[in-house]
Design a protein around this ligand. Structure first.
Ligand SMILES: Nc1ncnc2c1ncn2[C@@H]1O[C@H](COP(=O)(O)OP(=O)(O)OP(=O)(O)O)[C@@H](O)[C@H]1O
Ligand SMILES: O=P(O)(O)OC[C@H]1O[C@H](OP(=O)(O)OP(=O)(O)O)[C@H](O)[C@@H]1O
Ligand SMILES: [Mg+2]
Length: 286
């Protein structure tokens, strides 16, 4: 039987949609029926296991799954033996300490002798130990933000992204302790065949990720603006320049960095570029 790589992904929740769309962008086809806990790709040697996110580090370290996509926070909390292969850039969040908004906060000593509710006791204990603060950590599995309001704790340690859950529960963020994003983890003992499949997948992920940093632009410009525009546009091999049927005009095509997009466009316009269009790039192979 030919080798198949077993990939653990979250069945339902904050990670599942982005994990599966990344695989789809990598050209990995599969059918995911809501109730099925296992699926096999029809065009790539991968089998999917759909699991609770908390269980993924354990499944990967024990070898039940070969690789997994999970939040870095769960990897740190579970302390299982997995290799962190790649940060994936989605499900970005932080785990923070928060307290009731009306309480004055003058630093970590606030937490000395206080009760803190969290679903991340391992990360929190390590943090307080490093900081030399002695607290009573109360572990709960969800709805952590409600704890101070019902008298269960003086503060909480939980995931924050936009901060709106904290606000709606009358809390304020006082310490950002751990920064997380989705990561690809692997069992440390993958054999050569599985490693080869993983490498093929990583090649595709890199092409998808690289493409997200760039945009493709096309524009028209008078020939006399060409030199200035070429100076604005980065990249050794860009732009491509083709003459237009209107005498004295050219069309340019180039790839530019997503995070420089607006400043580059403004500069191009200021030296005479016009009719600018921009297109997303879906894969980029260097
Ligand atoms: N608000 C958020 N913004 C961005 N990322 C988040 C957010 N909340 C959670 N995450 C990330 O997504 C992961 C999964 O979150 P989710 O809320 O789906 O977990 P869960 O309820 O424990 O799911 P499961 O049922 O699989 O155990 C978290 O461990 C974290 O890495
Ligand atoms: O800062 P925010 O943008 O408000 O996000 C933070 C919230 O998001 C997560 O919960 P989620 O909404 O996934 O619900 P859950 O309780 O089912 O995990 C997390 O547990 C926080 O409660
Ligand atoms: Mg969970």
């Amino acid at each position: 039987m030919s080798t198949v790589l077993r990939l653990a992904v979250q069945k339902k929740g904050r990670l599942s949609e982005s994990s599966l769309s990344l695989l789809k962008e990598c050209g990995v086809k599969f059918s995911n029926n809501d109730r099925k806990l296992k699926a096999t790709s029809t065009n790539f040697p991968i089998e999917f296991l759909f699991l609770r996110d908390d269980d993924i580090p354990d499944y990967v370290s024990s070898g039940v799954a070969d690789i997994g996509i999970v939040g870095e926070n769960e990897v740190a909390e579970k302390k299982k033996n997995v290799d962190l292969i790649k940060r994936l850039g989605f499900s970005k969040c932080r785990i923070s300490l928060a307290i009731p908004k009306e309480v004055d906060y003058e630093g970590l000593k606030y937490f000395q002798g206080k009760k803190v509710a969290t679903s991340y006791p391992v990360i929190l204990r390590q943090f307080f130990e490093e900081q030399g603060v002695d607290t009573d950590i109360h572990t709960i599995s969800g709805s952590v933000e409600i704890a101070p309001g019902i008298g269960l704790a003086d503060g909480i340690f939980d995931i924050v992204s936009s901060g709106s859950t904290l606000i709606s529960n009358g809390l304020k963020e006082v310490e950002k302790v751990f920064f997380s994003e989705a990561v690809l983890v692997a069992n440390p003992g993958l054999d050569a065949d599985k490693r080869a499949i993983l490498d093929r997948l990583l090649f595709r992920i890199a092409a998808v990720q690289e493409a997200r940093n760039f945009r493709y632009i096309m524009l028209n410009a008078p020939e006399e603006a060409l030199k200035n525009i070429e100076e604005i546009l980065p990249g050794a091999k860009s732009p491509t320049v083709t003459p237009l049927s209107t005498p004295g005009w050219v069309s340019l095509q180039a790839i530019i960095q997503e995070d420089e997009f607006w400043s580059v466009i403004e500069d191009i316009k200021s030296v005479g570029g016009e009719d600018i269009i921009s297109l997303p790039i879906d894969k980029m192979i260097k």
